[in-house]
Write a protein that binds this ligand. Structure first.
Ligand code: ATP
Ligand code: MG
Length: 474
């Protein structure tokens, strides 16, 4: 997550698709023929050597000069290509960001600004391209001139050798044609430098990405978390999103213990660190200090995959996939044993209060959603996500502001209650009507737990929670 919250989607996509494609194309169309050419070159040089070793040595003597020329320009072309790939990556990032937020751009009438900014990147990339083409063309011409010069000299001396009667005219013609052929790989190399440099730049970008190591991995000897009771403990947990050397912490010593099966509401002002708490529980990030335990053991002692299987999440900004509604719901059951039946999907949808709106869709459960579930309303998406959590048999449930899609009517609260039955539930919630119905409320402010207890306790304490409650009741 640390990597992905900083990485740029467009640039990453470009590395995965276009850089890899470019490298592959260069290998097939430039590198392979060049290797073949090297074989041809050695063969030809041997024949030429037999025909006339002096002239052959002279021709070979020009090769280092050619090599020097191509490698010097090659380096510069490579530099320009690298720059260009970077610019193109920037362009891809901009394009993907703009397209993903097209609604915001249109509502704020930012079309012209975004076009201008994109054009800026575009023309930068374009001028880099021109630069690299110009360098490559210059290199090609210089190589051509040098090859012509060497050919002329060889022809001149060769003619003299023929006139002296030491070589037949036929042999000279063969020699000349071999010479011409043996220069071909060099000329081709010049022609391909631009392409190869680009491919090299692309290759570097791929390697950069492959060098990236995940921050969070299974510890050696980590065990699978198979059947959890669902006890969760935060023991003096500190965390900040920046690097480890301390900036201002987001969490400043969070302590709480949730018993198996208990339902807990986390309440608090925006930016208090509520979502962060759940991200740490899922081990998307690692605490800078303190320990998080499930069933009494540090979560770092479990394998990540097995631990996450025990937790189902309805995230704050939940996104669906461009699949059918049924598949989107069934994703939650990937870890359950056996196939997901239609009845289970329907039951989950009913529980999440989603069945009514699904059944009026033309294809019902089989309706294919658009990318990221954009064809549903925010609340409908949320209800699908809740159905997804409902179908999962995991022992721990995290709901981050699930009420966007739900109305605080009693049957909805009941539905959530059904969902929470027999599971340890952490529900982050602004609507205190839902919070009041949980076993315990944890009030978080500024990265610390300031109050906890059940609804009545907290009202009696007459602190932050009581103040919120009064305000909402009004
Ligand atoms: N990926 C991130 N990188 C850097 N800082 C972050 C990141 N995510 C959250 N923060 C910061 O951490 C703090 C806590 O964020 P968090 O999302 O946990 O708040 P929250 O309590 O869930 O708020 P809300 O009720 O608005 O959802 C905020 O100040 C936020 O700016
Ligand atoms: Mg949040």
């Amino acid at each position: 997550m640390r990597f992905h919250s900083q990485a740029r989607t467009g640039d990453l996509t470009m590395r995965l698709v276009s850089d890899v494609g470019m490298l592959r194309e260069a290998v097939v169309t430039a590198l392979m023929p060049m290797l073949a050419n090297i074989f041809v070159l050695t063969g030809m040089l041997s024949v030429m050597f037999v025909l006339n070793w002096k002239l052959t040595l002279f021709s070979i003597a020009s090769l280092p000069l050619l090599w020097l020329m191509t490698s010097r320009s090659g380096k510069r072309i490579h530099q320009v290509s690298r720059e260009q790939r970077k610019k193109e990556g920037g362009m891809a990032s901009k394009a993907s960001e703009y397209i993903a937020s097209i609604k915001t751009i249109q509502s704020l009438s930012l079309e012209n600004e975004t076009i201008r900014s994109f054009e800026g990147n575009n023309s930068q990339s374009h001028s880099q391209e021109v630069k690299s083409k110009r360098l490559a063309a210059g290199l090609e011409r210089r190589v051509d001139v040098l090859v012509a010069f060497v050919t002329a000299v060889v022809l001149y001396y060769g003619s003299n050798v023929v006139l002296d009667g030491k070589m037949s005219p036929g042999e000279l013609i063969v020699f000349m044609s071999y010479l011409n052929n043996s220069f071909r790989p060099v000329r081709e190399y010049a022609k391909y430098t631009a392409r190869l440099s680009k491919a090299l730049a692309a290759g570097e970008r791929i390697v950069d990405l492959m060098d990236e190591q995940p921050d969070i991995t299974d510890k050696p000897g980590a065990k699978d978390l198979v059947q959890t009771k669902g006890e969760i403990q935060f023991d003096h947990v500190f965390f900040n999103y920046q690097d480890k050397d301390n900036r201002v912490s987001v969490l400043k010593g969070i302590d709480f213990l949730i018993s198996p099966g208990e339902s807990v509401a986390i309440v608090g002002p925006s930016g208090a660190g509520k979502t962060t708490i759940t991200s740490l529980l899922l081990r998307l990030y690692e605490p800078t200090e303190g320990v998080i335990r499930i069933d009494g053991y540090d979560i770092q002692e479990y394998t990540i995959a097995s631990m996450r299987k025990q937790i189902s999440v309805v995230p704050q900004e939940n996104l669906l996939f461009g699949l059918s509604i049924r598949d989107n719901i069934a994703l939650g059951a990937v870890n359950n044993a056996g196939e997901v039946t239609h009845e289970e999907v329907v039951a989950a949808a009913k529980l999440a209060n989603a069945h009514d709106f699904i059944s009026v869709l033309p294809d019902g459960c089989n309706t294919i959603l658009s990318e990221r579930g954009g064809s549903l309303s925010g609340g409908q998406r949320q209800r699908i996500a809740i159905a997804r959590a409902a179908i999962s048999q995991s022992a721990i449930l995290i709901l981050d502001e699930p009420t966007v899609g739900l109305d605080s009517e009693s049957h909805v609260i009941n539905a959530l209650h059904n969902l929470m039955k027999q599971r340890t539930t952490i529900m982050i919630i602004h609507d205190l009507a839902f919070a009041a119905a949980t076993d315990r409320i944890i009030f978080v402010e500024n990265g610390v737990v300031v109050e906890q207890g059940n609804h009545e306790d907290l009202l009696r304490q007459n602190g932050n929670y009581a103040a919120w409650w009064k305000m909402q009741a009004k």
